[in-house]
Design a protein. Structure first.
Length: 276
């Protein structure tokens, strides 16, 4: 098992804030090179962070940063983001499919444009970013650099309870997970590890705080995801898995998770979607 991500060449979609930024900073602490492909170049009135502030935080953490403005609904911009990363860093070792759109509405309250946004950002962008990255990840594998695709998506479940309240969102998230399932098997012999990572509890992010009725005091911090991702990305030989954050940490002996609690000492958490 590799001990760290020093010198790794990483592309993260949607990494200007929240979980994506936390993963970027954890990798940067090892000395990784991290490209952030996201749309936000100017501050949003409700959501903090831009690709440029994220790049500053990556550099402060000890990494090399490349901010890339990218609308993940546009396949040409996705291809360009991968190409820019490869040109700047001299290759690509890790793709993090982190970007996701969320709209928690029932069927009759989901307009077409919201449906299309979720499928464009969640499913289509995950597929196309992976497609563009794989030739470079094959080169990484040939060079013995332990390439990975890690997607922020849930374990697949055909339980109707996950479809009933927000059918379009569930289909979009499961679409990301189906990419994991298929890519892992398709490229297993090429030495590319393809896995998913999902939190057991809700994670305190600016996007979550915008959802009415969510009390972030009963959430965990994004760092539980970034530390779990670090364990996965420094491991070898595991592909086609749907990892849960606390189980990943337990596998390396980390069972005291209180430091990840928004409110220390919390014992009852708000569970994330898709966790049975």
């Amino acid at each position: 098992m590799a001990q760290d991500l020093a010198g790794k060449k990483i592309l993260i979609t949607g990494g200007s804030r929240g979980i994506g930024l936390a993963i970027a900073k954890r990798a940067a602490a090892d000395g990784a090179m991290v490209a952030i492909a996201a749309k936000t170049t100017d501050p949003h009135p409700s959501l903090p962070g831009t690709i440029y502030t994220a790049a500053d935080e990556i550099r402060e953490a000890g990494g090399v940063a490349l901010p890339i403005q990218c609308d993940l609904r546009d396949e040409k911009q996705i291809e360009s983001a991968v190409a820019q990363t490869v040109a700047e860093f001299g290759g690509l070792d890790i793709l993090i499919n982190n970007a996701s759109a969320i709209n928690l509405t029932p069927t009759l309250a989901t307009p077409a444009k919201r449906f299309d946004l979720m499928f464009s950002v969640n499913v289509r962008a995950t597929f196309l970013a992976s497609q563009a990255a794989i030739p470079h990840l094959k080169e990484s594998a040939a060079a013995g650099r332990n390439p990975h695709i890690l997607t922020m998506s849930p374990p697949l479940s055909m339980s109707a309870k996950w479809f009933k309240p927000h059918l379009a969102y569930t289909m979009a998230k499961y679409g990301m997970s189906m990419c994991v399932l298929g890519l892992a098997e398709e490229f297993k012999r090429d030495g590319i590890s393809v896995n998913a990572l999902w939190p057991r509890t809700a994670i305190d992010t600016a996007a979550l705080a915008m959802i009415p009725g969510v009390d972030t005091d009963f959430c965990r911090k994004p760092e539980i995801i970034s530390d779990s991702a670090h364990v996965i990305l420094t491991g070898t030989g595991k592909t086609g898995n749907f990892f849960i954050d606390d189980e990943v940490l337990a596998s390396v002996g980390i069972t005291d998770l209180d430091k990840y609690s928004v409110v220390p000492g919390t014992t009852e958490f708000l569970l994330d979607f898709f966790i049975d």
